[in-house]
Design a protein around this ligand. Structure first.
Ligand code: GAL
Length: 304
């Protein structure tokens, strides 16, 4: 990190092996850099404060609930919970001062990095005292993330990782090729809220075969199984596996400077948008004292 970049204000942790070099910081449990054989694979900022100034969620952990919640409210056990809204009347990515802007407690060994966060009862409107943990681990050319949590009340929990990938380093994500193991996607309205319908992935939504991304997307795909997707560009292939039920693909239409529109693609294995209000979607209910656990694996490979 360069002098004057401001990262000394935060605790930064690194993991590395022969293939991968991971840099993180405690603000948002954020991945600030991920290098594969020395080449940068993700978008980051040169200055630490830019992570606070912009709201692109670069590399951050999102919580408590990723994506949008209609009317910034939901009901659980007959009670209505009002959340803090930060996108008109909706809540986006857990609210205005959510997990991506919190300073997590880090713990490093040479094998893994763990980040912990206590989210108090009523945090951005969510019920219960929630203890969240995120673990980063390297295994050869694989970065694995584990998301764990436990709460002292029934609550909802739907975190994700908001990494933007640019495997080429050229800032032209739409030229990368993508394959998504999804026969359906979540239909959304003009406010990007689900209609409740899951539609077949036809035409522009059909990524069952590897093909250039080509145009803008901001959609959640319904995964068939744990093989999530593959991204290929400039001699590198990234395969993502997960036990989350969906993946949000966001091609960065509104990426703020110093990046530009479409300079990276956010691939967010996650639950579906507005899940707390959608009885037909996989449940994000986290019952009291029940352990939450979901994982994501990022496997890198050279193709040339
Ligand atoms: C994505 C979301 C986009 C946008 C972005 C943050 O996860 O799908 O609609 O809100 O985060 O700029």
């Amino acid at each position: 990190m360069q002098n004057g970049s401001g990262f000394e204000k935060y605790r930064c942790y690194r993991l590395e092996n022969d293939c991968l070099q991971l840099s993180t910081m405690d603000l948002g449990a954020t991945v600030t850099s991920l290098r594969f054989h020395g080449r940068e694979m993700v978008l980051g900022y040169a200055r630490a404060e830019t992570y606070r100034e912009r709201d692109a969620y670069l590399g951050a952990v999102i919580g408590r609930c990723a994506n949008r919640i209609a009317g910034a409210s939901f009901s659980l056990g007959g009670e209505i919970f009002r959340l803090s809204a930060n996108e008109g009347s909706k809540q986006l990515h857990g609210g205005p001062e959510a997990f991506d802007r919190r300073v997590w407690t880090g713990e490093a060994t040479n094998q893994q990095l763990r980040f912990f966060l206590s989210s108090p009862d009523g945090d951005n409107g969510y019920p219960g005292n929630l203890q969240a943990a995120v673990t980063y681990r390297l295994d050869g050319a694989c970065l694995r993330m584990d998301f764990e949590a436990i709460c002292d009340r029934d609550t909802v929990y739907a975190p994700t990782s908001h990494l933007y990938f640019d495997l080429s380093g050229r800032g032209r994500a739409l030229e990368a090729s993508l394959q998504i193991q999804a026969d359906r996607y979540v239909e959304v309205d003009e406010e990007l809220l689900p209609t409740g319908r899951l539609l077949p992935t036809r035409g522009r939504y059909d990524f069952r075969r590897l093909r250039p991304i080509g145009e803008d997307y901001d959609h959640c795909f319904v995964l068939d199984g744990q093989d999530c997707c593959r991204l290929e560009d400039s001699g590198v292939a990234l395969e993502i596996r997960t036990d989350f039920p969906g993946v949000q693909i966001y091609t960065g239409r509104f990426l703020p400077p110093p990046h530009h529109a479409n300079s990276g693609v956010a691939i967010e294995p996650c639950f579906f948008p507005d899940s707390p209000n959608q009885p037909g979607f996989p449940s994000v209910l986290l019952p009291k004292e029940r352990r939450f656990h979901r994982w994501i694996e990022y496997h890198f490979r050279k193709t040339q």
